[in-house]
Design a protein around this ligand. Structure first.
Ligand code: SF4
Length: 215
């Protein structure tokens, strides 16, 4: 590599380190907004959170988890029995079906416990890469970067990634973010996307990352 290229590479590395540092300073305590007590409840809440806010999900899960505290109770019912509990979240009929089917698989193939392996998680109905990574990182403490709409948009604006789909952005983030910061960076990018770097109206003038962002 020529010395000019080495310098550019080093500058970019330092820029990214600064971005991650500033995110950590501004969002020191980060965690999911979903309320849950165990991996099964996190799985249920995360599936329900698709196209629904965390606050809306939290409004219904207390009653839901009282009625169906584990996969065993949810595996025994029909999706129609679950629907009355889910009516206040979007796409509730699909979600009811996914959750009952996923519960059956968890009971029949995993002894009632949510698996802690990515390849098993994504076999569960309603669980894609994003949900699987959230469960791995938040329920089991396994490093993973879940790429949702905020992480995708903000990491691209900040030039932490430039790929076109979430899976490739996830891989790029895994190379530029130190592994011990994967989980927190996921939460910090979401926090930034919700507060300053919103999809339609990013508050660039007031943004503490303005200096390091070329958007
Ligand atoms: S400067 Fe603007 S685009 Fe860049 S991270 Fe901040 S709000 Fe987002």
């Amino acid at each position: 590599m020529s010395s000019a290229k080495v310098n550019k590479h080093e500058q970019e590395k330092q820029r990214i380190e600064q971005v991650l540092k500033m995110l950590a300073i501004h969002y020191p305590q980060v965690e999911t907004g979903l309320v849950y007590d165990n991996p099964f409840q996190l799985l249920v809440a995360t599936v329900l959170s698709a196209q629904t806010t965390d606050q809306q999900v939290n409004k219904i899960t207390a009653r839901l988890f009282d009625a169906f505290p584990t996969a065993y109770e949810m595996a025994r019912i029909k999706p129609a029995d679950l629907e009355p509990y889910l009516r206040r979240v979007g796409l509730y009929r699909y979600k009811a079906r996914y959750l009952v089917e996923a519960s059956k698989i968890i009971v029949e193939q995993h002894g009632g416990r949510v698996p802690d392996q990515f390849k098993e998680l994504i076999k569960l109905p309603g669980v894609g890469r994003k949900t699987a990574n959230i469960i791995l990182s938040s329920a089991f403490g396994i490093p993973a970067i879940a790429v949702d709409t905020h992480v995708f948009r903000v990491s691209k604006r900040l030039n932490l990634a430039d790929e076109k789909n979430a899976e490739l952005v996830e891989k790029q983030l895994e190379t530029v973010v130190p592994v011990e910061d994967w989980v927190d960076t996921h939460h910090r990018l979401i926090a930034h996307g919700r507060t300053l770097c919103q999809a339609r109206n990013p508050q660039c003038k007031n943004c503490f990352l303005n200096e390091w962002c070329s958007f």
